[in-house]
Design a protein around this ligand. Structure first.
Ligand SMILES: NC(=O)c1ccc[n+]([C@@H]2O[C@H](COP(=O)([O-])OP(=O)(O)OC[C@H]3O[C@@H](n4cnc5c(N)ncnc54)[C@H](OP(=O)(O)O)[C@@H]3O)[C@@H](O)[C@H]2O)c1
Length: 252
């Protein structure tokens, strides 16, 4: 029987790399984002190249309606979702305390509320039918206090680590993917100046996705691609918090 993955944010970057890699592996796909035309173009290409079924859901995941429509797809028994990938994300320009609080609400909805609702729906559905897999795209920023974005990603990391253990007995794997800098549209869309980020810190989305799928099969609750970011995350976790916070002060 074919397997299906539901991916949020497949129109660019990491989500797009997941869509292409999973299509290659024979997964049927449900794609969720705001840009319908882009999703239709991706769907047409993947259907003809890999002979898979691809559904497209136009949804703004900062809205109640967008999340509810996506939850319906997660719980749809006629198109069973075996792998949920909570990937859609964006960064807000400016420091918390200087930004518009309405924008911060939307950021919270996109990075925390939407994945929470989709994970809830997936766990309830998967638990009743023998299991499933969830990847929550967090960030290495989750290991350091760096403002609102890292706080949201820390929430996603924390819940994933817990859920992977808690739901193991009903065969549900939950893994947080914690990448460092990845070349995608993310920084440009968020109006971030990344010109000072050294070359060695950049990761490629395709490679990162392959590593994360290997880690998921191993049952890991956290996937940190590359040795260099593994080392940095260990330092961030175990060095004194004050020191780490000061070192990460410039990030958001
Ligand atoms: N790039 C990095 O360095 C990096 C590092 C660590 C973690 N991450 C995380 O990785 C994930 C993917 O980021 P990326 O780098 O691949 O970014 P990206 O290239 O900018 O892609 C973001 C994706 O999210 C979708 N999206 C954004 N806002 C949305 C909304 N309101 N509703 C529905 N979909 C929405 C976009 O689709 P539409 O515009 O079509 O809606 C797009 O497909 C994010 O969660 C990000 O926080 C990125």
């Amino acid at each position: 029987m074919s397997r299906r993955a539901l991916i949020t944010g497949p129109t660019a970057g990491i989500g797009n790399a997941y869509a292409r890699e999973l299509a290659k592996r024979g997964y049927d796909l449900t794609l969720v984002a705001r840009d319908t035309a882009k999703m239709e173009a991706i769907a047409t290409q993947l259907r003809s190249k890999h002979r898979i079924d691809v559904d497209v859901i136009t949804a703004d995941l900062t809205t109640v309606e967008g999340v509810a429509n996506t939850v319906n797809a997660v719980t749809d028994t006629t198109k069973r979702v075996d792998l949920l990938i909570n990937n859609a994300g964006a960064s807000l320009a400016g420091w918390f305390g200087t930004t518009d609080i309405a924008d911060e609400d939307r950021q919270l909805d996109l990075l925390v509320r939407a994945p929470m609702h989709l994970m809830d729906a997936a766990i309830k559905t998967m638990a009743g039918r023998g299991g499933g897999q969830i990847i929550n795209v967090s960030s290495v920023a989750a290991f350091t206090p760096r403002g609102v974005y890292s706080a949201h990603k820390a929430w996603l990391l924390n819940i994933s680590e817990w859920a992977n253990v808690h739901y193991a007995d009903v065969n549900i794997s939950v893994m947080a993917l914690c990448p460092g800098f990845v070349r995608t549209e993310f920084h440009q869309r968020g109006d971030m100046d990344v010109s000072g980020v050294p070359k060695w810190m950049w990761l490629k989305a395709d490679k990162l996705v392959k590593t994360s799928l290997k880690d998921l099969e191993k049952g890991k609750s956290v996937s940190i691609p590359t040795i260099r970011y593994k080392v940095l995350s260990v330092l961030a976790r175990y060095l004194p918090k004050g020191l780490v916070t000061r070192a990460a002060k410039r990030g958001r």
